[in-house]
Design a protein around this ligand. Sequence first.
Ligand code: ATP
Ligand code: MG
Length: 503
Amino acid sequence: MMNMSSDVGAESHFILDADEDEIVNISTISSANQNVNNTTSTPPTLPNPTASDSYQLASEVQVSFAPQIHNHGNHKSDSHSGHRGAPRSPTRGSGQGFKENSPLLGPKSDFEHSGEWNQFPDDPAFEESVLAAELAIEANCFPERIYQGSSGSYFVKSTEGKIIAVFKPKDEEPYGHLNPKWTKWMHKLCCPCCFGRSCLVPNQGYLSEAGASLVDQKLGLNVVPKTKVVRLSSETFNYSAIDRAKARTKRNIYKKVPIVGKHFNRIGLPPKTGSFQLFVNGFKDADYWLRRFDNEALPESTAKKFQNLFERVVVLDYIIRNTDRGNDNWLIKYEPASAKAPSSSQTDEDSEWSMVENPEISVAAIDNGLAFPFKHPDEWRAYPYHWAWLPQAKVPFSQEIQDLLLGQLSDMNFVQDLCDDLYDLFKNDKGFDRHTFEKQMSVMRGQILNLTQALKDGRSPVQLVQMPVVTVERNKSAVGRTRADSEIFTQSFSHRAPFFSWC
Ligand SMILES: Nc1ncnc2c1ncn2[C@@H]1O[C@H](COP(=O)(O)OP(=O)(O)OP(=O)(O)O)[C@@H](O)[C@H]1O
Ligand SMILES: [Mg+2]
């Protein structure tokens, strides 16, 4: 079943055909992947990074599988129904039980969702953090703009003034209509084609942030601080003069003629939809620590741990096709070895060693708002992954990472579940377009296919990013959350070298 694709400048592709009589398993998929490579006219060796062409694929492969019926793990419908009663804060709930002087849900929102807001029954700890932020705002402890950022991003505080999260409202994103940075406004106005990323869905950075966290959790990578879509309002956010005037007028009317004011749907400033990412303490930009590590080598066990964490960032970025992973957009926490007091029961020899604590290292992949492209970046703006220049990127993927991921990523049901969960998240944006979403998932499936092959072959991150990019498109009749008995996927290779073009 040959078919032609127009998106990726593809030379050829084939269809993965699902047959309902057979159950998919890892070996089926793995042999399918094997076939993919066997059908290429050139074996799946890495292309010369400087060459502009790559291998051709000229055959068709059929993969048989019947998707198993999954109940989608953390799917929300059940958990919502049993959730606790009255909303505890103004942005919580569907507008019932409000305080009259608090910001309430208006009829319109950036994120079309009929359900309850800021409630995360699957994740009480996260919900507590959001509640802490809401209570702090009520107590006039407002979020504070992060001045170095290119958009309206805010450090959200608790009532005690401690930073607990980073909130990025949709309408203050680099190209959102209320972006507070005038340079971005000038870009948008004067030269829209030279700025921004044409491969990304505009003004959905907050979804990309939350989507990255979803992928991170689903795969068990645990390198992205938890991020979800939340609604908050605060005087310190950037509002239009009209919104501020309306809020002022309503407040005045309410004070002077309470009987009229009671009829207002909302008194305060309108809540903004955005990504709410938990703040991680004690971390510094990766750049800072990487320079230090150049001069002082890490102890062996810490270096191994760091390599493992680094690979997790690589996996995340590659799957979501992050276009903005500079070394300032991931953080490292490093606590050098410290001495601790020996316990009284230890002998002298024991205590010598036990007095030295191993250095602790952790990483956090933040600022994931420029990912999930609907097509691969073009040749002249490749948006390379900056970690690919680090020495750690030359080391083949570890056995631990292979063990963690290969089972999941080789399972087409798992991958489809991941796409379905992202669909549930993305579909609520008022600019959501199903066709564009399917394209985003085609890119992601292609990235997963390459990554799976790289893990199986024991390649390194730098070899991974040199693989020709691929998209795996789902049959048009099977879009959305519905799972057909048989699924057809079309795989298209691009013939350019994606990484060593200039950035
Ligand atoms: N979850 C987090 N935990 C700790 N610190 C964070 C977190 N998120 C962001 N920061 C800090 O805030 C800074 C700005 O964050 P971020 O890069 O996400 O914002 P931004 O507005 O997208 O900025 P830019 O566009 O310049 O990249 C980061 O460099 C980091 O120091
Ligand atoms: Mg940043």
